[in-house]
Design a protein. Sequence first.
Lengths: 235, 170
Amino acid sequence: MPKIPVNIDGRALEVDVGRTILDVCRENEIEILTMCHFEGIGDVGACRLCLVEIEGINKLLPACTTKVAANQVIKTQTEKLKKYQKITTELLFAERNHICAVCIADGNCELQDLGYKVGMEHVRFPYLFPKCEVDTSHPWYVMDHNRCIMCVRCVRVCSEVEGAHNWGIMNRGFQVRVISDFNTPWGDSTTCTACSKCVNVCPTGALWSKAAVQGQLVKQPQMVSELVAKRKMNL
Amino acid sequence: MKPKKSILDENLSRSDPRVKQIIAKMKKENYRPDALIEILHTAQNSFGFLPMSVLAFVTKELKVPPSRVYSTVTFYHFFSLKSKGEHTCLVCTGTACYVKGAEHILSEIEKDFSLKPGQVSPDNKLGVSTARCIGACGLAPAIVIDEEVHAKVKPEEVKNMILSKIGAQV
């Protein structure tokens, strides 16, 4: 694999061609915040948390979907980016009805962790408080749209890893919702295999197992990443 | 455990001329899943809108996931899951038309037919909708009744324009 030189945060690195900025940063222990990125499934650049500055490009580009190019000068830790990360996080909270105190994922939530990480003290934007449904029709799992952040990890894991294509997205803008089949109850799905991959990769309390109780929800996202890696190894 | 009853079990008659049109289009496209949009286009043209039974039919025939069909239909403004009515009145609310009083036209329609944008009359005769701009700003305010553009419309004329369309074909 040919190597190319790039400069990230003042460090001169020699990296493989064709890798994403996010991969390179993670490998070199440069911290990049992510939400929709998930090891083992394709990236879509939905959450905009991994935005980086690249010299000569006046737009901020998502690290997860941007490939490194020779002689790029990339900055990942500027004040401007930190400010935007905080705003993005607050907007993620404001878009649905995220109330940690009454959430099953309290203490086990990537969105909550992100809030702490960016130093969010309160949300400066008014909550939209949309009227969202809670789908409890599945025998084992629950989909609570109030806590969904539209990272679409569930949609991707269902189509890319499980191959079931149960989940999809409907509508546009702030009316987008994750749907099962024809926006029909999850329990009536003809495509869902009840494999629980979507539940395990969901970063928030939007997808959870009925067996969990308040504050005791444990997810095993690494299971899915390992599954993808093991399949590639052809053991 | 008995198999789940699903929307996919709903059957359309293959001898229905509207269904025949969809089948012809699917054959022409060789049942390619990526021709989904074109096929839905044909389906909407022959049915006027996309009832769930039609979506189920297309899903089964093309062997695409139901969620993908539903995503596509809800993403594009052109597709509609609800009947748009036998006759449609589209009021342009683009900047020029807005300034020239599109709101008055809409309130006149609401007064005469008790229909707000996006609504269809109970007898399914008339549907009212709005568009951001129909590209006829020089004709502002413009409305489109059954694909026929009417220019520089005065609010008080709208009632008769619509009635003559609906009335003529009742």
